[in-house]
Design a protein around this ligand. Structure first.
Ligand code: ARG
Length: 460
């Protein structure tokens, strides 16, 4: 029906049904209702402040919008594709309540600056929620690290045993990654928190609006200075979903690690029963489905980023309807990552390292070889010669099927006289671990400092 349209004036006859179905966004942008109402209330107050409407009219609008919010939250608002999107639904509901007063709300405003303001308000809350989720996951990792502070596990490169690390050092590695994710989101928030409202369709308005008034009402830090830029700007959406993608990838790498570490082959971890599922045919199975889905869901987050990157490619200034397609991607990426973070935090909290099985095989794989090489360096042997000497020792170990510590004394004395007596103090995983000393390393004293520093930083 042409009469329902906010833009119906210049049209004769109705819109094709197929066009209505094709162009609607109410089926997914309904979740912006709170932000839309918040921004409209600020806009109405501003209109009264500059005298474009009376104070009474503004009060009526603010009150009616509160009622409309209640109606939406009680599920009483019927959505119709004829009304396109959430912005039109709310304005229509306002006009139904207030008649001509309601018809004044859209003064000095366009859906182009309205929609971007709503998305910014929504993204700002999303960032704040994610920060809480990430901090919670960091605290879970930290608690787990403190429970396993002295446990030594193999560190891997190329998925081959490399050097020993403290389990607490390993867990803090993820605390660092999620800290960078929090910082990236906080940085993105700066670009989100710029007021778009008041740029109208693309060029601004000839009406005497007060954008500073709206900025202060909505808690934005500053005001976007170029109206043409605003109606086309989705940079912050891309940035936000990139940040979400990186979180999803951090989670996916960790999930992969823990899926492997919980296998019989590794037996490093005991995953909590409540976060695993069974098999309908194999009674013994305990499957890490939550971790697998966390790994798998990273695909859809990165797909959303890809979708958004392609969406804006080649778009001319200023608003183009293509941009309506940003919503499902941003909503889905946020929903997916926040759900993954919540589950990850709970799973990390209740997962235990299996000290017995880890200890049973910790001396395998020459985890002490690099420390031995560095010990040779301390004896004055040039690094490259030390590397070669240890390489040869490993070859002997391979032949004898033994550990470095099991080699006969004369093997070491052949490298440098008297070496075998000293070398006993550095061989074996415990000694190798204790030998670390550099800042940022897995040295027990360094890790203890990091644990204390994170405990302080992650205090509520
Ligand atoms: N539903 C639209 C969107 O999400 C609102 C903006 C429509 N603007 C326009 N000029 N048709 O992008």
């Amino acid at each position: 029906m042409a009469t329902q349209k906010t833009w119906g004036g210049r049209f004769s006859g109705g819109t094709d049904d197929r066009v209505e179905r094709f162009t609607e966004s109410i089926s997914f942008d309904g979740r912006l209702y709170r932000e839309d109402i918040l921004a409209s209330q600020a806009h109405a107050r501003m209109l009264a402040h500059v005298g474009l409407i009376s104070q009474d009219e503004a009060d009526m609008i603010v009150g009616a919008l509160n009622d409309i919010q209640g109606e939406i939250e009680r599920g009483e608002m019927a959505y119709s594709i004829a009304l396109e999107d959430i912005h039109t639904h709310i304005e229509r509901a306002l006009i139904e309540r207030l008649g001509d007063v309601g018809r004044k709300l859209h003064t000095g405003r366009s859906r182009n600056d309205q929609v971007i303001t709503d998305v910014k308000l929504w993204t700002r809350s999303g960032i704040d929620i994610l920060d809480v989720c990430l901090a919670e996951l960091q605290r879970s990792l930290l608690d787990n690290a403190e429970r396993h502070r002295d446990l030594v596990i193999p560190g891997y490169t190329h998925f081959q045993r490399a050097q020993p690390v403290l389990a607490s050092h390993y867990l803090l590695a993820y605390v660092e990654k999620y800290q960078r994710d929090r910082e990236r989101l906080a940085d993105c928030r700066k670009r989100v928190n710029v007021l778009s409202l008041g740029t109208a369709a693309l060029a601004g308005t000839s009406l005497p609006i007060d954008r500073e008034f709206v900025r202060a009402q909505l808690g934005f830090d500053s005001i976007a200075a170029n109206s043409l830029d605003v109606s086309s700007d989705r940079d912050f959406v891309l940035e936000f979903v990139f940040d979400l993608s990186l979180i999803a990838l951090h989670l996916a790498g960790w999930a992969e690690e823990w899926i492997l570490w919980s296998t019989t082959e590794f037996s490093f971890l005991e995953l909590p029963d409540a976060f695993c599922t069974g098999s309908s045919i194999m009674p013994h199975k305990k499957n890490p489905d939550v971790l697998e889905l966390i790994r798998g869901k990273s695909a859809r987050v990165v797909a959303s980023l890809q979708q958004l990157l392609m969406l804006v490619k080649g778009l001319p200034l200023a608003y183009n309807r293509d941009l309506q397609e940003d919503k499902e991607a941003i909503f889905d990426a946020f929903d997916t990552v926040s759900a993954c973070l919540e589950l990850a935090a709970a799973l990390v909290r209740d997962t235990h390292f299996r000290r017995d099985t880890i200890a049973a095989r910790i001396e395998d794989g020459y985890l002490d070889a690099t420390t031995l090489m560095e010990f040779f360096v301390k004896q004055g042997i040039p690094l490259r010669s030390a590397h070669e000497a240890v390489g040869k020792l490993i070859r002997q170990c391979e032949e004898r099927r033994c550990r470095l510590i099991d080699l006969p004394s004369d093997t070491f004395d052949a490298i440098q006289p008297g070496l075998s007596a000293k070398v006993r103090g550095v061989l074996g995983v415990g000694n190798a671990l204790a030998a670390f000393q550099s800042y940022g390393s897995t040295a027990p004293a360094e890790v203890a400092k990091q644990l204390a520093a994170w405990r302080e930083r992650l205090q509520h």
